[in-house]
Design a protein around this ligand. Sequence first.
Ligand code: PEP
Length: 251
Amino acid sequence: MRRPLVAGNWKMHGTRASVAELINGLRQQVLPADVEIAVFPCSLHIAEVFGGLVGTGVTVGAQDCAVDPEQGALTGEVAASQLQDVGCALVLVGHSERRLLLGETDAEVVRKFAAVQSCGLTPLLCVGETLAQREAGKTLDVVGAQLASVVEALGIEAFIRAVVAYEPVWAIGSGLTASPEQAQQVHAAIRAQLAAQSAEVACAVRILYGGSVKAANAAELFGMPDIDGGLVGGASLNADEFGAICRAAGS
Ligand code: PEP
C-alpha cells in the first residue's frame, strides 16, 4: 500500500513575512495522519520553514540542487549535502520550469537525481509534456524518454527511494487540469515502464500528479488507482487551500 504524498512547491515566492504567515497558517491546519506532506520553499527560507514546522510532521524539501553533491567552488549553487545539513528530506529534480526556461537537460537531471540520493535525500523527479507534444500525440514518448534517461543511467534500484511527479506542462499554473482519466493514463504508463524492469519497485513507487491541483479537483484526481498524491504549486501558497488538498488525499 502506497502512502499518499502531497507536496507544495512554493517556487520563487515568499518574503520573510509572508513565509512566517504561511507557516502559521499551516500549523493551524488539521492534517491527515495517513498522508505524507512536504513543502518546498525557496532555498533562502528552508531553515526558517524547517524550524517553524517542527512538530507538525510536515517535511521540508528543496526545489533544486547542484549536479555535484558536495559543497565547493560553484557560485550561486546549493549542494545536496548542504540541503541535508539544514534538514531537507526531499529535492525536486527536473521541474519543467527548469527544463524549459533554464535549459536543464536530461543529463543534468540524472546527475542531480544521483547527487540527491548520494546525500541520503529523496529525489522527486518531475516529468511531463508540453501542449504541442500532447497535440502531436507524443505524450507517452516524451514522458517515457524523460523517465528512461534516469532508469538507464542509474538503474531501476534508484527508484526504490524516489518519487515521480507527472506534470503536464500545459496544466502548470494555467488553471487547466488534466482530467483524472488523462492523468491516470500517463501514470499507468509510467508504472508499466518501471514494472518492465521490476514489478516490486513499480508497485511501491509513488507517482504524483501536478498541474493546477486545487481543493475542488484534488479528490477526483487522487481517487485514480495510479495517482498517489499531488505536487501543488499555486494552491500551496494558501494554507487553507493546501490543507484541504492534503485532506483530500487522506482516506
Ligand atoms: C508546479 O509548479 O509544480 C505546479 C504543479 O504548479 P501549479 O499547481 O500552480 O500548476
